[in-house]
Design a protein around this ligand. Structure first.
Ligand code: CMP
Length: 138
């Protein structure tokens, strides 16, 4: 079993896609072991995306991620990290495979509906960023 961190981003929350997105996790072998809705401060968004701090899109990304509520989920399943990345599709929805979450629900490369951890190390960091032991169901 492996764990990964998913975020339903402000664009998808605003458009009413929370349920459609979570359904895809649940029906594809990704169990929910932690879940909450919250609104990130600028500082919290900066801390989460610290690895991207030198990128040209960093400020805009932080603005976007702190612009409205998000839903964060800790997901568990066999090969959960890759499985979630396959379900999400490419970062840029224009390049995402048909049927993927980003192809179906994302507007552009920044407002791309969901986040998913890209490695075991980032999954560990990202889950611990949002959930303490009492907030994890296993
Ligand atoms: P995510 O998977 O959450 O990881 C970093 C985020 O930065 C990414 O999704 C997008 O929201 C955003 N991002 C990545 N590349 C670009 C880009 N070229 N321009 C704007 N935003 C980007």
């Amino acid at each position: 079993m492996e764990r990964t961190l998913a975020i339903v981003k402000p664009d998808a929350v605003e458009k009413g896609f929370i349920g459609e997105i979570i359904k895809r996790y649940e029906t594809n072998g990704l169990g929910i072991v932690g879940m909450k809705m919250l609104r990130l401060s600028r500082e919290e968004a900066e801390g989460f995306y610290y690895v991207h701090r030198e990128r040209p899109f960093f400020k805009s990304l932080v603005d976007f991620m702190s612009s409205g509520p998000v839903v964060v989920l800790a997901l568990e399943g066999d090969g959960a990290i890759k499985k979630n990345r396959d379900l999400m599709g490419a970062t840029d929805p224009a390049k995402a495979e048909p049927g993927t979450i980003r192809k179906l629900f994302a507007a552009n490369i920044e407002r791309n509906a969901v986040h998913g951890s890209d490695s075991k190390d980032s999954a560990a960091f990202e889950i611990a960023y949002f959930f303490n032991r009492l907030e994890m169901m296993r």
